[in-house]
Design a protein around this ligand. Sequence first.
Ligand code: 13P
Length: 248
Amino acid sequence: MRKPLIAGNWKMNKTNREAVALIGELAKVVKDAACDVVVCPVSICLSDVLKAAAGTNIKVGGQNMYHKDSGAYTGEVSPVMLKELGAEYVILGHSERRQYFKETDGDINLKTKAAMAHGLKPIVCVGETLEEREAGTTYKVIEEQLSGSLNELDPSKLELLVIAYEPVWAIGTGKTATSQDANEVIGFIRKKLAEILGAKAAEETRILYGGSVKGSNATELMNMPEIDGALVGGASLDAVEFGSIVNY
Ligand code: 13P
């Protein structure tokens, strides 16, 4: 049975003080959640956010990492550093990383392997752009992203893996994929996972939907059989709104 997971991707929002304050508000509204609750603040806030979240049911993740343990990689953070602080998750290959920072499936593959080697749960993001959807290449694009990012993963660590389907055209636009559309693409992702990672991993891996998820559409999305959770951007910055998603 896959436990639902609702993760907030705070992106480049909230100062340290604001981030800590948001955890205080959030802890009250999500305390009875039936799903796993995760927030992913910017890396310089992780330490204080983890302290603020201690003793609550809120888990914490990074938004990105480099695949090396340490070294001359100015500006990067490593899986060892995330793990030592107490982060449990890390978002990898978000479309904003792919688009603005030119991350490739090969980069995401290295990061995914490194995260899993250190016991972090990677939330690997895939999704098509509007042009790709309109050209009818959604499935082809996603298939390529999956096979490129999930190449040669350690079979003993597959229970750590989480996938997020985030159609780029639905991110921050207020346009949500219909629940049927999202369910269909996620069903396709699960079929591909079976080919790449085996039937057991495909059955057990949680696959989230992301893109303009809010309190008003969370229930419908979460009721779809293939959708195991949500990766939430804008609506995760407000405790009441995020709470209404978590308590869908
Ligand atoms: P929005 O919820 O703001 O559309 O962002 C989705 C997202 O990119 C989460 O990673």
